[in-house]
Design a protein around this ligand. Sequence first.
Ligand code: C5P
Length: 300
Amino acid sequence: MTVTVRVPAKVNVQLAVGAARADGFHDLANVFLAVGLYDEVTVTPADELRVTCEGPDAGQVPLDATNLAARAAIALAERYGRTPDVHLHIAKDIPVAGGMAGGSADGAGALLACDTLWGTGASRDELLDICAELGSDVPFSLVGEAALGTGRGERLTALEVGGTFHWVFAMAVRGLSTPAVFREFDRLGEGLDVPEPVASRELLDALAKGDPDALAATVSNDLQPAALSLFPELADTLAAGRAAGALATLVSGSGPTTAYLARDPASAEKIAEALRTSGTCRSVRVASGPVPGATVVDSR
Ligand code: C5P
């Protein structure tokens, strides 16, 4: 039997970050929106656990037990007292180390694929618990659509969205490490009072209405100054997107992928073309959201 699961990328339309906690993580108010850029994880029985990867960024993906897909298979196998003897193949389209939850997508995808292959009968809540152990963004990759993440981002509340939002994403010439961006956030905030992170009422209303202008007026990312401090050239990419008519521009999560909110699909194409010719990024993609989370697309 072979099972293939498709998992979307995410953009954070609000990322409010609190002070560092005793465990080193930060409390967040993290408004996730799943967008239509996908990784696919295919699982097949094998003699032992093995990970392979294809796609433009495949060379940057670790294929050992640090890969979140491998860790997901191991965690599920441990819970159900079996060996994780599978071949996991990742068809990667989400940028690596890009702030779009590509690694988390592979973790959630492998978990759902192995669960389907092995027929464990695990409940949704059990799967979400394993996701939360794997990483702060992994539960959202499983559920998709739109959600508010609190705690370190793993405690999810589904959000209502009243329409489709059109986005352009510019992939940067190099990656940024999420822990490094959080460390820079701490460094920039040293000696300052960091407020409790709270979700913006206006932003949640804009999502519920499906109103791109209202969303543009309320998007925010507390990690953006830290990402720009580590990667100053991103300011040029953001400026190019703004000049091409983006309603809002922001760094996606911990970056360095940058996100551009467009009024409609035609405007998204125009912004994408301007970014492609700006010479300020590696590649450009258009995607809209919300879209569903991890989904079994093939099982035979
Ligand atoms: O949970 P995840 O493994 O994705 O987190 C990666 C790193 O990002 C953590 O080790 C931590 O440095 C940072 N992080 C954080 N606060 C969060 C989420 C992540 O400091 N809420």
